[in-house]
Write a protein of this length. Sequence first.
Length: 274
Amino acid sequence: MTQSDQLQVNASAWQRGDHVAEYANRRLLPVEVVILIRYRDVLSRRTLEVGCGAGRILGYVAQLGGEAHGIDISPAMVEHCRSRYPAAHTQVGDLADISRSAEGPFDAVLAVDNVLDVFDDAERRRVLADLRGLLAPDGLLIFSSHNLAYVDRGAHRDADGTASRGRARGLLSEVVSRPPSNVARAVARIPGRRRNRKRLGPLQRRGDGYAIINDSAHDYALLHYYIGRDDQERQLHETGFELIEALDADGRPVGPGQPNPDPWLHYVARIRIG
């Protein structure tokens, strides 16, 4: 798998599907509430959300009274944001070419919902450097990322390191736990999930401190980047950032060397001086 293979797989999945109905909600995770409160002053200035989707976070940022901007690769998502959150400035844009999609400086850049994880390691580092260039000198980068410790906690793993316990049982339990009205729809999706796993499963791999994993998102149609807390801090340092804090799903701090099995973590970083 080349770096461009992963990006092409992910971009095509987002561009060909209309996921507005799935993402058009205002539900916040506890950690997102903590971030909106703790960093309200910065988010009330000039903020950019990359991969804003249907405006789940952007809508709240726009209500803070500052200058809220959002970009997304999906025209349908952008159209929904423009209709639902007219106070925000939204446009179609590509995070892979952010310098063409947004003009800084911004006091805060948001990259939540693990949007940076569509990239491979080299591309991710390049995008982080590009985002750094969009920030004001005292600006903040706030993002989330899949947590490799969540995968590594499994007792049994495939050769590539991904957890493999009970995939078939997991699909079955997911189906039967849903309301009866959704069972038929869920069952109909199982063949597609299996095809996607067969097609993309072999593209999984381990790198130095990270992994590319074909997880269950969108019926196994995507390849996502997973990284642990300490490796993410090192990566930020190498791309010109200083980590302020890492937070778990409940908004609690995750310190260096502290194991945390949450599926993803949130990070707040600033430009490193010196």
